[in-house]
Design a protein around this ligand. Sequence first.
Ligand SMILES: [Mg+2]
Length: 255
Amino acid sequence: MAGAQAAEVYHVVLDIDWSISSIVEDASRAKDNWQWIQVNNETYRAGDHLGKLIKKLVDDPTVKVSFFSGGDRARNVELLKKIKPPELEGKSLYDIAYKVLSKEELKEIHSNAKSWASRYLKDLKLVSPDLKNVILVDDARGFIANNHGKGIWLGKTYKFYETYDEVIAARKLGNTSYLPPSYDAWFADRHRLARVDSILDASLAEAKEKKGAFANLVTQHSNENPKKWLQKGLSSMDSSKDCLSKILGVSFKKP
Ligand SMILES: [Mg+2]
């Protein structure tokens, strides 16, 4: 139609490791459900709420979902092909992805940087040149910082523990690396994708109402109180504490 403006397309780019999935060193902890995956003798656990988050995004015709991980391409592709949340009805994350970008596409921009992530750029222009409508979700602060802070930094992420009792047990054994320092830290990490869901939900609605550019709205909300967005995300996803207990595999009660 002459003069009609093309509809905006919003791009969500998700990091993989410690963002949508975690490596679990002890393979014997794996359970028989879609969240547990083996790739190259490594055991991975897909994050809680991942299926619901992705399903909502792919059902929105204005949204495209991509993945950008510092892992190598072959690993990324195999892992994404094996993550099949029930919400996607047989499809994998690879099937629904717009683009899958990998270590091979990282650009070195600060060769002397101390941290690995600060050294490289995940160039979002590789997903879309329209940077006001592209955001990155990442656990590595450097990758967010190198994109001018645009996107959602997941906050500190930790090794995966099914229950907080396991955290306490690990602490007693002296296993302190990437161990959640408190119940709240463990809980926020475990449910980090619920926070992502509520931030994206609100930002997409506001962008469509022309309240601002998508990338700016997401960045603004990701810098607000994370607990507010976590709570919002959990209440929209889980209508009852029963459901929450099911996700946690334990009764929902603060020790
Ligand atoms: Mg990561």
